[in-house]
Design a protein around this ligand. Sequence first.
Ligand SMILES: [Zn+2]
Length: 552
Amino acid sequence: MTSKLRVIPLGGLGEIGKNMMALEYDNDIVIVDCGVQFPEEGMFGVDLIIPDISYLMERLEKVRAILITHGHEDHIGALPFILPKLNCPVYAPRLAHGLITAKLKERRVARDSVVTPIDPGVIHQIGESFEVSWFRVCHSIPDAMGIAIGTPLGTVIHTGDFKIDHTPVDGRIFDLPTLAHYGDDGVLLLCSDSTYAEVPGYTTSEKVVGEALDRAIGEADGRVLVATFASLVSRVQQVVDAAVKHGRKVSLVGRSMVDTVAVATELGYLVAPPGVLVPLAETRKLPPEQVVLMTTGSQGEPTSALVRIAKGEHRDVSIMAGDTVVISATPIPGNELAVSHTINNLLRQKAKVLYDRIATVHVHGHASQEELKLVLRLVRPKYFVPVHGEFRHLTAHAQLAWDLELAKGGIFVMEDGDVLELDEHVGEMKERISAGPIYVDGLTTRDTQSPVLGQRRTLSKDGVVVVVVNKDKKSGNILGEPVAVASGFLDDSETGTLFDELSVAVAQALTKADTRSDGIEDLKAKVRESARSFLAGAARRSPMIIPVVLEI
Ligand SMILES: [Zn+2]
């Protein structure tokens, strides 16, 4: 009996972000990407979300390598947390390699594993089962690649994130001929990017954005501030090019922007003539019409440079009359409100603001329907798994393949934790495995069962009430009245009578109980329960209740 190939998405399917997929054959597992997701507002102190790797931890001896498609955070950001656990080699395109190395160093990740830079077209033997090579795609970061994974059952093509841009900023186009070759030889499984599978037509080329930025910078009377993702290296290049053309200097504001540009410049993915990139202090000596500032904060992130500038709270940069602010990004769903606040704040300070709704100052980096169809047609896989996207995006992509009458072996809409098992003849879904989100919270990680996160939610809703009861150590009798104090619950002026009644209610509950034989924990439980039930009735609120029993 021949072995089967197991396809196991651990992140990024059924959601946007924290992309990670495992392929398992016999004694070998390879992993494609290892990304993070950023928490939505109201996630109570969670810093980052990473994939659940318990399935891999149970099979550590089989894990051969992590293969990286490109240098975006949602594809490499979890490495500092996961690599020390898996301790396996990492293979990454050169720019991603540079960004990963900087990231591991910054996080002081001690590791034995090696991160190897790869070039497209070179075959790497991984374990006994896999022959892996990368091919060029276009995306919003240079050096983005898809991966062809040869298995004993046939080739698996994973596109990574991509779009088909015939005029990309770095001039490196999607390697469609190689993809077509794989298609001609026969492809077992295609995993293709679904992020924009709902959008008809073609994604606009980066070139259009370059022209819009050039116009904005050329026409501005004063300084130009451009906000974008730190990782959007192509956009930084476009701004640098426009600045050079119009006789301006560029300064970078914000740590992540400075770090990414340093890596990209060192590796030659960003080219700026000498003297164009200058420190912020130097721009103050220049007339405003010779200055471009690039900042992070295009998503309205609270601590980012642009948001602080918009609020007038940035240490080094404040808006001046005549400034033009270009927001070169589209708000990720969930960030719309924060971005809108930022635009309002900038307009209030009399800046001219250009953003996606009023100028083509941004295009995204993902393929629309016609590009997705082209890839499906070239590859003509036996099986198809749409990857990267919420369920609706995956479903839209599956529909495209269905309409094209491709992937006759099966189209599988999978979510994180689903398991697909396939061979040359048949593909079928197997029992799910655990793949919930893991929350990075300061120095620890927590899963969805973590009581701490539940407690933070309760605290943020109704606050906390502390009820203090004194107990006589010798007699075991309760001494005096219980006392309540609160934070984040109600105003002090509102709690006066309420807490008097609370004190009576708790005291009554304790008189009924035989407190003399009760241990401290039993007593606490009684205090908590009586206070909870009183406040639920009298205040229609469920604050967190902390009972304190003092033995004196
Ligand atoms: Zn990406």
